[in-house]
Design a protein around this ligand. Structure first.
Ligand code: F6R
Length: 625
């Protein structure tokens, strides 16, 4: 998704902008640009395509300035051309405004119509350009820059994170946000704006997270935050924990492989200090605020998108067993518009790696609105609580939930999500232990789950150490154009996630089904052109799974099987068999099986020569609808 970086430091900001844009490349983009405005010489340089094009142009002209803004664009309104790239510029009698924008201006057409009648001319097809013109108009009416931005933004519907410059005030930069992240980086002699903290890492670790409908007025080393009513707002300055090493490949050929291999450590990090073996329970400080609610709990409503949604589906199987509560999981993009019934006494659970996914954020707000039952309000003094399972600290979702569990998976740079999925399933097991043990989950079962979680990092490592096995299989998988994943119970959503990962990074058409549903339709596809990947570790449904394998085999289907280590009987169906550690119980099997599928997708993509870390058309952190 689009990225913003801005800096005012009184000297030369160009290296900060170029560095910041490079660091945000992982988010996906199709054009980029920078603006450095000075009273005597303003420079705006934009290029379609990859950043190397822009960097070459900047190398040639070497613009200087005390304040500058940069942007990488993922096209929404208008194709990814140079003219549609940001910054957008509009002039007024005294000078010019340059502006970069993440988000969508919903009423841009009506705003544009008004500006056209005033004789303003537009160069681009973007919704963003109207903002530059509106601010320019307000400036020509004599408003101070900050006041001009504030009055304009009160007319705007939609979402935005903005960084704005005015050529008449070369040492000043304005930022604003609504529904799209914007962080202020604070240093002694410089202030930074960024939509993603990786962009300013190395320049400062002192961060201020703006809230919606806030504007920040930045000058070298000082800043002021106001709301849309012009009242000054105070914010805590947070210290970022992010290390430069975490956003580098560290010897791996791709971030995707690095992140798959980071999982043993990521699991240790999410579990650290959170398990109590003696009581078979978890300790989650982030759930303290909702503890009084637990005795009344009647169900769980989960919302998420993509991989996070599949993690939620895996969790639903596990949580129902642990808590004996009904768990409903919905795509956030569906939930927000379908008039969902949120019953009294349910716990809302929002799952997101980035904490900024627009649909998930909207679904969270809908969960809160619809869970705000007046009788419950009277009984307990609040509506249904909503918790977040979120990776990015300080993100919008993390800040809007009533409590939650941080995933501590570290930054996920590869567009395709891997370690976050693992952490999301674990976070649900931790929540399940907390709720379950306060209900009817026996201590012995709780202890069993705690032990299974403690054993997980080494078990994942065992799989990673055998990557060569799956690499050889992936070489064959890469030769297919159609792949079907099958699994039962909690391994059905793992099949869905396996198919998503494979199609995302290798572009092989992949679909997934609950294995028991195969004979109700999908088996019609079985034949020499279709590869079936069957998830078949030893568990209660193992015998049924073997019958499904027979059915595929009998129809001439080719199989790859993820089973259990040492289960040689699966060789009857395929030569391509890998296995998860035999001691892993049902609680952690989905995670282990999924690690094999992540490796399979990775190696198939490498074999097919795709852009593994930035697959075509995809963006990290989908902050627009
Ligand atoms: C798939 C993937 C996406 C995200 C989805 C939700 O590999 O990365 O499907 O899982 O866009 O993103 P978050 O978890 O950031 O809300």
């Amino acid at each position: 998704m689009c990225g913003i970086v801005g800096c005012v430091n009184g000297s030369s900001v160009l290296p900060v902008l170029v560095d910041g844009l490079k660091r945000m490349e992982y988010r996906g983009y199709d054009s980029a640009g920078v603006a450095l405005l000075r009273a005597d010489r303003s420079t705006v340089i934009k290029r379609a395509g990859k950043l190397v094009e822009l960097a070459a142009a900047l190398d040639e002209s070497k613009p200087t300035g005390a304040a500058g803004i940069g942007h990488s664009r993922w096209a929404t309104h208008g194709p990814p051309t140079e003219v549609n790239a940001h910054p957008h510029v509009a002039s007024w009698a005294g000078g010019s405004i340059a502006l970069v924008h993440n988000g969508i201006i919903e009423n841009y057409a009506e705003l544009k119509a008004g500006l056209l009648t005033q004789g303003r001319t537009f160069l681009s097809e973007t919704d963003t350009e109207v903002l530059a013109h509106l601010i320019a108009v307000a400036r020509s009416e004599g408003k101070d820059l900050l006041e001009a931005v504030r009055t304009v933004l009160t007319q705007v519907r939609g979402t935005f994170a903005l960084a704005i410059l005015d050529s008449t005030e070369p040492g000043r930069m304005i930022g604003a946000r609504r529904g799209s992240p914007l962080i202020v980086g604070v240093a002694n002699d410089a202030i930074y704006l960024a939509s993603d903290q990786t962009a300013i890492l190395g320049h400062t670790d002192q961060l201020v997270f703006l809230d919606d409908d806030e504007i920040v007025d930045c000058r070298s080393g000082t800043y002021t935050v106001i709301d849309f009513e012009a009242s000054v707002q105070r914010h805590e300055v947070h210290r970022s924990e992010l290390q430069l090493e975490e956003i580098q490949k560290s010897g791996f050929p791709h971030f995707l492989l690095k992140e798959i291999h980071a999982q043993p450590e990521a699991v240790r990090d999410i579990l650290r200090g959170r398990l109590i073996l003696e009581d078979g329970i978890s300790h989650l400080g982030g759930l303290d605020t909702i503890m009084p609610f637990l005795p009344w709990l009647d169900g769980i409503d989960t919302v998420a998108c993509g991989t996070s949604y599949y993690a939620g589906l895996v969790g639903s199987y596990l949580l129902e067993r642990m808590t004996e509560l009904p768990v409903h999981v919905a795509f956030a993009s569906e939930f927000r518009y379908r008039s969902p019934v949120v019953a009294k006494g349910t716990l809302g659970m929002v799952i997101s790696q980035s904490g900024e996914t627009a649909d998930t954020l909207a679904a969270l707000r809908e969960l809160k609105r619809r869970g705000n039952h007046p009788q419950e309000q009277r009984r307990r003094g609040g509506g249904n609580p909503v918790i977040g399972l979120v990776n990015v600290v300080g993100s919008s979702i993390a800040r809007e939930v009533d409590g939650g569990v941080y995933l501590h998976a570290g930054p996920e740079i590869s567009v395709a999500s891997t370690k976050a999925f693992t952490a999301q399933v674990i976070a649900q097991l931790l929540v399940g232990l907390q709720i379950g043990r306060n209900r009817r989950l026996p201590i012995t079962e709780g202890q069993h789950i705690v032990r299974a979680l403690h054993a997980l990092p080494d078990q994942i490592q065992r799989i990673l150490d055998r990557s060569a096995d799956i690499e050889a299989i992936a070489d064959r998988v890469a030769g297919y154009d159609h792949v079907m994943f099958l699994g039962r119970d909690a391994l059905y959503p793992v099949a869905l996630e396996g198919a998503l990962k494979l199609k995302e990074v290798s572009y092989i058409q992949a679909e997934a089904h609950a294995a028991g549903e195969m004979k109700h339709g999908p088996i019609a596809l079985t034949g020499p052109d279709l590869l079936t990947i069957y998830l078949c570790p030893k568990n209660d449904l193992y015998e049924k799974a073997r019958s499904n394998l027979q059915e595929v085999k009998a129809r001439g289907g080719t199989l790859v099987i993820v089973g259990t280590e040492g289960d040689t009987s699966l060789r009857e169906f395929s030569d391509d068999v890998v296995g998860i550690p035999a001691e892993a119980p049902i609680w952690t099997q989905p995670i282990l099986v999924n690690v094999w599928l992540q490796l399979l997708a990775y190696y198939a993509a490498v074999k097919r020569g795709t852009d593994v870390d930035q697959p075509r058309n995809l963006a990290k952190s989908v902050t627009v609808e």
